[in-house]
Design a protein around this ligand. Structure first.
Ligand SMILES: [Zn+2]
Length: 349
C-alpha cells in the first residue's frame, strides 16, 4: 500500500518535471518578451497599507482537482533528501510571503540571475502573493526552470489556527494557483500548445509560514495531498544585516540533497548578490540545481516529526507575537523582533 502510494506520488512529482521542458520554454518566449520577463528593480519594494488583495476569492469559484495522497512514510516535515553516493544535487527555494495589509515585492535581479544561468528553483508563494503578482506568477509557472509551491494564503501561523481558518490557509493558494493557470491558458499566445499541459494543475508542496507547525497543521497539510517542505540550510536572508557574503557562506555549507531556504519577495535583502557568489563555487564543486520535486524524485526524503529552523522548537517563538487572527484582519508584524540583527536567522517571514 505504501509502495503503491510512493509510486503514485513519484509519478505526480515527475509530472512536475516536464518531458517537454524545451517546449515550455518556447511557450514562455511566445507569451513574454525578454523585457517583460526581467521587469524593474523597483518591483522588489514592499508596500504597507494596501488591503486590495486581502480578501480571497470565493471558495466556490473553482473546482480543485483531486489531491494525490501523501504516502504514510512521507508524512511529517521534509528536511532534506538522501541521495545515492555521487549525486550532488541541491534544491534552492525562495519564499514569496505576503501578509494581510501589505504587498510584498518580486526580486527581479534574483529571478534574472537564475534564468541567465539556467539555475532551477522552487518558489513557495502565498495565495495572496499570487493574486497581487498575477503576471509574475504566470511567468514563474510557465518557466521550465521553476516550480511553484504553496506557502499558505496570507502567511498566518498555522500552529495557531484550527477548523475552517486552517483549511482556508491551506486551500487558498491552490485556488489562486488555478486561477492564474486558467488565465494563462486563455492567453492567445498559449492557443492549444500541449506544452501548457506540462504546467502541473495542482501544487504538491507546502511550506509553513515562519517554518512553524504542530501535529494538527502537519496532518491537515498532508491530508490535503501536500508534502511539507522545510529545509536544512537556512540562509538568514530576511535579516537586513545578513550580508551577501554571509548568505553565500550559508549556501556553501550545503551537502548533496540539501534544501536551501531564501526569499524572493523583497525580504531577501542581499540574496541575489549572494547567489552570484555562491552558485559558481557550488558549480565548481560539481553541484547541480534542481527543483524540490526533482530532488525528491532522485532519493528518499529525510523526515522530521516537527517543523523547525535549526533545532526543534526554535520556531515556536512565533506563537508569542503572531496572534491568531480571523481572515481579512490585519496581522501586526513585530518589526523590532523580526528585524533584530543579532537574532538567529528569521525563517520564512
Ligand atoms: Zn514566508
Amino acid at each position: 500500500m505504501i509502495r503503491r502510494g510512493l509510486t503514485v506520488l513519484a509519478c505526480a512529482l515527475l509530472a512536475a518535471t516536464p518531458a517537454l521542458a524545451g517546449d515550455r520554454a518556447s511557450l514562455q518566449n511566445r507569451c513574454w518578451s525578454a523585457a517583460a520577463l526581467s521587469g524593474t528593480p523597483e518591483e522588489k519594494k514592499i508596500t504597507k497599507g494596501i488591503k486590495t488583495f486581502d480578501a480571497p476569492p470565493p471558495a466556490t469559484a473553482l473546482e480543485p482537482s483531486t489531491p494525490v495522497p501523501v504516502p504514510v512514510a512521507w508524512r511529517g516535515a521534509v528536511r532534506r533528501v538522501k541521495l545515492q553516493p555521487g549525486k550532488k544535487l541541491i534544491a534552492l527555494t525562495f519564499d514569496m510571503c505576503e501578509l494581510p495589509g501589505e504587498v510584498t515585492g518580486y526580486d527581479t535581479p534574483l529571478v534574472d540571475y537564475l534564468r541567465a544561468n539556467g539555475i532551477k528553483a522552487t518558489f513557495f508563494a502565498s495565495g495572496k502573493w499570487m493574486r497581487s503578482h498575477a503576471k509574475r506568477t504566470q511567468q514563474l509557472m510557465a518557466d521550465p526552470l521553476f516550480e511553484i509551491g504553496n506557502h499558505a494564503e496570507a502567511h498566518r501561523n498555522l500552529r495557531l489556527l484550527s477548523g475552517q481558518a486552517l483549511t482556508d490557509e491551506i486551500e487558498g493558494p491552490q485556488r489562486a494557483y488555478e486561477l492564474q493557470r486558467a488565465q494563462q491558458r486563455s492567453h492567445q499566445c498559449v492557443a492549444d500548445d500541449p506544452a501548457f499541459d506540462t504546467i502541473p494543475p495542482r501544487m504538491s508542496l507546502f511550506r509553513f509560514p515562519f517554518g512553524a507547525c504542530n501535529q494538527a497543521a502537519l496532518d491537515a497539510v498532508n491530508d490535503a495531498g501536500l508534502l511539507a517542505i522545510q529545509w536544512d540550510v537556512s540562509t538568514g536572508d530576511p535579516v537586513p544585516a545578513q550580508s551577501a557574503a554571509a548568505i553565500a557562506n550559508a549556501m556553501l555549507q550545503a551537502k548533496p540533497g540539501a534544501i536551501v531556504i531564501g526569499h524572493g519577495n523583497g525580504r531577501g535583502f542581499h540574496t541575489a548578490e549572494a547567489l552570484a557568489i555562491a552558485i559558481p563555487q557550488l558549480k565548481a564543486k560539481g553541484f547541480d540545481f534542481v527543483t524540490v520535486s526533482e530532488l525528491l524524485a532522485q532519493g528518499t526524503p529525510e523526515i522530521s516529526a516537527t517543523c523547525y529552523d535549526r533545532r526543534p522548537g526554535d520556531t515556536d517563538r512565533y506563537d508569542t507575537f503572531f496572534k491568531p487572527s480571523p481572515p481579512n484582519v490585519d496581522v501586526k508584524l513585530d518589526k523590532k523582533h523580526a528585524e533584530k540583527p543579532n537574532e538567529p536567522a528569521v525563517p520564512a517571514r
